[in-house]
Design a protein around this ligand. Structure first.
Ligand SMILES: *Cc1c(COP(=O)(O)O)cnc(C)c1O
Length: 377
């Protein structure tokens, strides 16, 4: 079955009770039982909810996974996956992951005896020396936020598996339409559904997809035990979002490429970060691993003043955090998403005061370009 057919039909069975074509929002906390121990598979809504179950079937299918779990946020999905790691065990973390992921490791998990080291995974050969006898997991994000560094998922998986470690990939930036990490050996995929999967900037959620039955059993147990579940209404919104994922991602990709090209040719821009550009150091890898390059673009304006001028002069692009919605969002990583990263670390990652990030939306391309053009004068 093709991607869009799966997106529209997986999990989206007509409602058994009424025939409703759209999965209803089962806004209930509990379910009537016919007799002691006799029920329809639903007992209490933290444990099971039909709207959430439909979404879990849907996104698991899109990632090519057997099991899927929907969470209250991307961070709670990542946190649940990290509960596969115990105190005294070690994780290798890509050195340029989402700020919240770094914060979870450095400020929370470190209090519970989970050890971790940061590694620049853009060159997979850096991994080899980072393994310890207690390394259980390698956690990567590709492309990274906001510099768009690409990690070779097949190479990372091969090395990690040779050391008996599992590989987790945060696939939020690409979505399963543009990148399916499990095809390259990745064991677990996590998402912030807040971004492209929902796609309309009106829900916060997360997802974990995987194939291993034992790990899935544990993540399901954590989902129920900790209870960071996605609500029925949010499950409905994301289920509605994934139906158009393919057409939206095609549009984000088309606009993203055009905006990256426009910025590359602009005399006021010193550097553009976008894996779709032939000048990107990992362009060939991105072409191999991704079906497209998506809508995330970062560019260097040279100074905080220049960045501020662009960010405050745009009219159609909205100044704000987050990404992956239909509307174009523009942000300043150094003071917004990456403010908690120490200044030297930011500098070494290329997150300068002049760097601007755009999540290119699916408005008419001419309008986005015209808006950026007038802001760059
Ligand atoms: C937003 C984001 C997250 C966190 O997701 P929330 O839904 O905000 O908790 C994790 N990873 C990446 C790449 C993100 O962009």
């Amino acid at each position: 079955m093709g991607f869009s057919t799966t997106a529209i039909h997986a999990g989206n069975e007509p409602d058994v009770a009424t025939g409703a074509v759209t999965v209803p929002i089962y806004q209930t906390s509990t379910y009537a039982q016919e007799a002691l121990g006799k029920h329809k598979g639903y007992e209490y809504a933290r444990t099971q909810n039909p709207t959430r179950a439909a979404l879990e079937t849907n996104i698991a299918a899109l990632e090519g996974a057997r099991f899927g779990f929907a969470f209250a946020s991307g961070m709670s999905a990542t946190d649940a996956v990290l509960k596969l790691v115990k105190a005294g065990e070690h994780v290798i973390l890509g050195d340029n992951t989402y700020g919240g992921t770094f914060r979870l490791f450095s400020k929370v998990l470190s209090n519970y005896g989970v050890e971790f080291d940061l590694v620049d995974t853009s060159d997979a050969s850096n991994l080899e020396q980072a393994f310890k006898p207690n390394t259980k997991m390698v956690f990567v994000e590709t492309p990274t936020n906001p510099i768009m560094t690409v990690t070779d998922l097949q190479a990372v998986s091969d090395i990690a598996h040779a050391h008996g470690a599992k590989v987790v990939c945060d696939n939020t930036y690409m979505s399963p339409y543009l990148q399916r990490p499990m095809e390259f050996g990745v064991d677990i995929v996590v998402h912030s559904t807040t971004k492209y999967l929902n796609g309309h900037s009106d829900s916060v959620g997360g997802f974990a997809a995987l194939n291993d039955e034992k790990d899935a059993e544990w993540i399901g147990f954590i989902q129920n035990s900790v209870g960071a579940i996605l609500s029925p209404f949010d499950s409905f919104l994301v289920l509605r979002g994934t139906k158009t994922l393919a057409v939206r991602m095609e549009a984000h990709d088309k606009n993203g490429r055009a905006v990256a090209n426009f910025l590359t040719e602009h005399p006021k821009i010193q550097k553009v970060y976008y894996p779709g550009l032939a000048s990107h150091p990992q362009h060939e890898l991105a072409k191999r691993q991704q079906k497209g390059f998506g809508g995330m673009v970062a560019f260097e304006t040279g100074s905080l003043d220049n960045a501020r001028k662009v960010l405050e002069s745009v009219k159609i692009c909205t100044l704000g955090e987050s990404l992956g919605g239909v509307e174009t969002l523009i942000s300043h990583p150094a003071t917004m998403t990456h403010a908690s990263v120490p200044a030297e670390k930011r500098e070494s990652l290329g997150i300068t005061d002049g760097l601007v990030r755009i999540s290119v939306g699916i408005e008419d391309l001419e309008d986005i370009i015209e808006d950026l053009d007038q802001a760059l004068i």
